[in-house]
Design a protein around this ligand. Structure first.
Ligand SMILES: CC(C)(COP(=O)(O)OP(=O)(O)OC[C@H]1O[C@@H](n2cnc3c(N)ncnc32)[C@H](O)[C@@H]1OP(=O)(O)O)[C@@H](O)C(=O)NCCC(=O)NCCSC(=O)CC(=O)O
Length: 412
C-alpha cells in the first residue's frame, strides 16, 4: 500500500470567530456548539476574550480582586503570550450555576464531568461533520475513530457519543486517548497512520476536543501553574480523515504522512503533568519547558529525516506545523533551528487567534498551513515547500515528530 495520506483536515471554532460586541446572528454555529445551552453568548465576555480583558474578567468572576500580585502576574504573562484572543466554553452564566468551580478545594468534579461529557463530543461533532463534508464520502465509510481529549472521565466515552452524533457505522472501530494533553493530536495522527497502512481501505477519523472547564479555578498564592494556564489555554475541536490509496477524484490528499516517531526526553516526567482531583484537573508546567524542547527538537528531526535517507536537510526549505504551546516555545525552536522569520507563521497565527487548545491545536495549525501553502502555490512567484514537519509536545516530556509531504498544494 502506498504512503498514508491525510485526506482532510478541518477545525471548528474558526467560523465562530466574531467581534466581542458583534451583531447577533441566529445562524451562527456558536449557538450550536453547546447544544443544550441555548443562551449561548453573543458578545458575552467568556466567549471571546483578548489578553487585555482576561485578567479583569478572571479576577472579577472568581471574586479575587484583592489578590493584586497574582493579577499583576497574569497581566504580565498575557501581555507576553502572543495570544490575541481565546474561546472559552465556561462563561459567567455557567459559572454562576456552578460557584464551586472557583475553589479548587471544593469537590466539583461531578459537575465538571457532567458538563464536559456532553460538550466535548458535541464540539468534536461540529468539527468532524465539516471534515466529512469536505472529504466527500458518507460518514458510514469511516472504519476507525480515534478521539483525544483531556476531559474524559466516564465510560462509555466521548468517542461512543461522537460516533452516534455523526451516524457512524456500528462496526466502526473506536479508540479513546485520554490525558495525552498537548501531544494528543500528534499521537492520534500517528496511530491513524498505522491503522490506515495496515488495514486495506481503512478511513480513520481523528477527532480532538478540549474544553478548559475541567481545569478552571480561582487564583491562589503559590500556584503559578494555574496563572500560566489561565493565560494560555483555550477551547476548541479539530478533525482529520486519514487513509491510504485515495479514491480519485473524490478524495483530495492534503498531506502525506511520510514518517512518524515519538521521543521521550529523559528525566522530565515532572516537567509537564496533569492530575484529576476532586476540585478539577490540576497541572504543572515547568518554566524550563521551552529550554528542554529547544535542546531536543533538532535530534528528533535529524533522526526522522535520517530514517527517510535524507541527511543535512535545510530546515528553512521545509514547511512547519509546530504545536504552539507558548510563545517562548516557538521562539526557542525558531532559534535553535535557525528558522527564518515567518517559518512558524501558521503556529503563531493559531496561538494568536485561539490560544493553546492542547491536543487540538496542531490540527488547527495543519488547517492554517494548508491554506497558506495553497495561497503560496497559487502565487506565480511563490514556491511552496513540498516537504515539512509536524511536531507536538506534552507530558513526559513527549515529542511527536511527523515528516509530511504536500503532494498537491494547489487549491488546498
Ligand atoms: C509564559 C510566557 C508567555 C512568558 O513570556 P516570557 O518568558 O517572555 O516573559 P518573562 O520572562 O518576563 O515572564 C513573565 C512571567 O511569566 C512567568 N512564567 C514563565 N514561565 C512560567 C511557568 N512555566 N509557570 C509559571 N509562570 C511562568 C515568569 O515567572 C514571569 O512572572 P513574573 O512577571 O511574576 O516574574 C513564556 O515564558 C512562554 O510562552 N512560556 C512557555 C509556556 C509553556 O511551557 N507552555 C506549554 C504548555 S503545556 C503544553 O503545551 C503541553 C500540554 O499541556 O500537554
Amino acid at each position: 500500500m502506498s504512503g498514508t495520506t491525510v485526506i482532510c483536515v478541518l477545525d471548528e471554532l474558526r467560523r465562530r470567530q466574531r467581534s466581542r460586541h458583534g451583531p447577533r446572528d441566529e445562524a451562527c454555529p456558536a449557538r450550536r456548539w453547546a447544544g443544550s445551552r441555548a443562551r449561548h453568548r453573543h458578545g458575552e465576555p467568556a466567549d471571546v476574550l483578548g489578553p487585555g480583558q482576561y485578567p479583569d474578567y478572571y479576577f472579577r468572576v472568581t471574586n479575587s480582586e484583592h489578590l493584586t500580585d497574582l493579577k499583576g502576574k497574569l497581566t504580565r504573562i498575557c501581555n507576553k503570550s502572543g495570544i490575541k484572543q481565546r474561546f472559552i466554553h465556561l462563561d459567567e452564566e455557567l459559572l454562576a450555576a456552578n460557584p464551586d468551580f472557583k475553589d479548587r478545594t471544593l469537590p466539583s468534579l461531578d459537575a465538571r464531568v457532567e458538563i464536559a461529557s456532553a460538550a466535548v463530543p458535541e464540539l468534536a461533532a461540529s468539527a468532524a461533520a465539516k471534515a466529512i463534508a469536505e472529504w466527500g464520502r458518507p460518514a458510514t465509510d469511516i472504519t476507525h475513530l480515534i478521539f483525544s481529549t483531556y476531559s474524559g472521565a466516564r465510560a462509555p466515552s466521548a468517542d461512543r457519543r461522537l460516533a452516534s452524533l455523526l451516524g457512524l457505522s456500528p462496526t466502526v472501530s473506536r479508540t479513546i486517548l485520554n490525558l495525552h494533553g498537548c501531544y494528543g493530536g500528534g499521537r492520534s495522527l500517528q496511530l491513524a497512520k498505522e491503522l490506515a497502512e495496515n488495514n486495506r481501505g481503512a478511513r480513520v477519523l481523528v477527532a480532538c476536543s478540549e474544553i478548559t472547564l475541567i481545569a478552571f479555578y480561582g487564583p491562589e498564592g503559590g500556584c503559578p501553574d494555574n496563572i500560566l494556564g489561565q493565560a494560555l489555554f483555550g477551547d476548541g475541536a479539530g478533525a482529520v480523515i486519514v487513509g491510504a490509496d485515495p479514491v480519485s477524484p473524490v478524495e483530495r490528499p492534503l498531506f502525506e504522512m511520510a514518517f512518524a516517531s515519538q521521543t521521550t526526553i529523559p528525566e522530565t516526567e515532572d516537567a509537564i503533568s496533569m492530575q484529576i482531583n476532586k476540585g478539577g484537573m490540576e497541572y504543572h508546567i515547568s518554566n524550563q519547558v521551552p529550554r528542554l524542547l529547544g535542546c531536543n527538537v533538532e535530534r528528533c528531526l535529524v533522526d526522522a529525516f535520517g530514517a527517510l535517507g535524507i541527511h543535512n536537510a535545510n530546515w528553512n526549505n521545509l514547511f512547519w506545523a509546530i504545536h504552539p504551546g507558548g510563545r517562548a516555545i516557538l521562539d526557542h525552536i525558531e532559534g535553535v533551528l535557525g528558522l527564518d522569520d515567518g517559518k512558524l507563521a501558521a503556529s503563531r497565527h493559531v496561538l494568536s487567534e485561539f490560544g493553546n487548545m492542547s491536543g487540538t491545536t496542531v490540527i488547527f495549525v495543519l488547517d492554517e498551513l494548508r491554506r497558506r501553502l495553497g495561497q503560496a502555490a497559487n502565487q506565480e512567484e511563490g514556491q511552496a515547500p513540498e516537504w515539512g514537519v509536524m511536531m507536538a509536545f506534552g507530558p513526559g516530556i513527549t515529542i511527536e515528530t511527523m515528516v509530511l509531504h504536500a503532494p498537491a498544494a494547489e487549491g488546498n
